[in-house]
Each structure stands twice: as structure tokens, then as C-alpha cells.
Design a binder for this molecule. Structure first.
Ligand SMILES: Cc1cc2nc3c(=O)[nH]c(=O)nc-3n(C[C@H](O)[C@H](O)[C@H](O)COP(=O)(O)O)c2cc1C
Length: 193
């Protein structure tokens, strides 16, 4: 069971990265082989809508290959103006349906405000559904993100650590169920959306 962690924040001290690290621990405990991908290190170009992604060069090819060989993803984003970060959206655009369809996806997001990151989570859910990924109903929103983790990456508020561990465990559990069911999921209807 291979799982990719996709870090949508480029900040040095990032709450969503801290949260992903806890969720990844849950996934590892559940038996996943975890590969950690930081958008800030991937050196991705902007998606410009070209037909052949291979012509973007090695950074995009390597990124797409890493996701293509994963059964599941844990994706974390900061909330920027009520939505996911632009860098994460660009990365998802570079992946496309051919790479993401049939993958199990667990989501988390972090926001500065009290209201948390529900808009970001809803937008991510919509996007991943659009590319025919399976999005786990379980998700984690981190409000007041600046004070949500200590410097060692431990969740400060009661219950959050367990919520994150559970997200990691569940994404592995449901990816296994999907894989055990004869797999691979295929889109039989090739209509454009
Ligand atoms: C461009 C930008 C837009 C932001 N928009 C929001 C927002 O709409 N709501 C909010 O609560 N916080 C907003 N924030 C604050 C971030 O959500 C907050 O810093 C969060 O911790 C970022 O996640 P990270 O710690 O993983 O980088 C914004 C920050 C930036 C840089």
C-alpha cells in the first residue's frame, strides 16, 4: 500500500505540514509505505493546458510518476482567501485525471481564523471528485492554525492528534478495501466534464 503525502504549504513553519506529519504517522502504523512530496521542492512549472505533459520536462514527469504509483494520497493545504493554495491547485492541474482517478484521498487544511478551513476542504473535495478520485468522508480542519501545534509538531488542542492519526489510518483502510475489490477503478464513460 503506497501513499503519497502532498504538502500544499510552502511556509517554513506550516500547520498543515505538521498536521500531515501526524496523519502520515497514522498511515504508517496502518501499514502504508509513505512518500513525502513538498510542492516547494518540486520546482513545478505552471500548468498551461498543453496536451502532452511529458513536454513539461523531468520535474512534472517525476511528480506524475510518484502519484501514479501510489494507491492513496494525504493532501494538506493552507486556506488562502477561502480556498486551497494556488501552488497546490497548480500541482493538481499538472497531475490530471489520468494520474488521480481511482486513488483514495484524505484531506486536511489549516486556516488562521476561528472558522477553520472548511471552504478549502470543500473545494479540494470538489476538485478530487472531478478527477475521479475517491475522497474520504473523514477530513480535518485546523482553525487558529498559528497556535495549533507546538514547535515539535505536536497538536496542542485535545483530540486533534487522534483525529489526524485516524485520518491517516482511514485513508489506508479504504484504499485497501478499494484495492481488494478486483481493482483498478476505470472510467468507462469517457465523456469530457
Ligand atoms: C494569501 C493568503 C490568504 C489567506 N487567506 C486566509 C483565509 O481566507 N482565511 C484564514 O483563516 N486564513 C487565511 N490565511 C492565513 C493562513 O490560512 C494561515 O497562515 C495558515 O496557517 C496557513 O497554513 P500553513 O500554516 O500550513 O502554511 C491566508 C494567508 C495567506 C498568505
Amino acid at each position: 500500500m503506497k501513499l503519497v503525502v502532498l504538502v500544499g504549504s510552502m511556509r517554513e513553519r506550516s500547520a498543515s505540514r505538521f498536521a500531515l506529519a501526524v496523519a502520515a504517522r497514522g498511515a504508517t502504523e496502518a501499514g502504508a509505505e509513505v512518500r513525502w512530496l513538498e510542492i516547494k521542492d518540486l520546482d513545478l512549472p505552471f500548468c498551461d493546458g498543453r496536451e502532452d505533459p511529458a513536454t513539461y520536462g523531468p520535474a512534472v514527469t517525476t511528480f506524475r510518476a510518484a502519484v501514479a504509483e501510489a494507491d492513496a494520497l494525504l493532501v494538506g493545504s493552507p486556506e488562502y482567501h477561502g480556498s486551497l493554495s494556488g501552488s497546490l491547485k497548480n500541482a493538481i492541474d499538472l497531475l490530471g485525471t489520468d494520474t488521480l482517478k481511482g486513488r483514495m484521498v484524505g484531506l486536511l487544511a489549516a486556516a488562521r481564523g476561528d472558522a477553520g478551513a472548511m471552504n478549502t476542504l470543500n473545494h479540494l473535495r470538489h476538485i478530487f471528485r472531478w478527477v475521479h478520485a475517491w475522497v474520504l468522508p473523514t477530513q480535518v480542519s485546523i482553525p487558529r492554525a498559528a497556535e495549533a501545534f507546538d514547535d515539535g509538531g505536536r497538536a496542542v488542542r485535545p483530540g486533534v492528534e487522534e483525529e489526524l492519526l485516524n485520518l491517516g489510518r482511514e485513508v489506508v483502510r479504504y484504499a485497501r478495501l478499494l484495492a481488494g475489490n478486483g481493482q483498478a477503478y476505470t472510467v468507462t464513460d469517457d465523456r469530457k466534464q
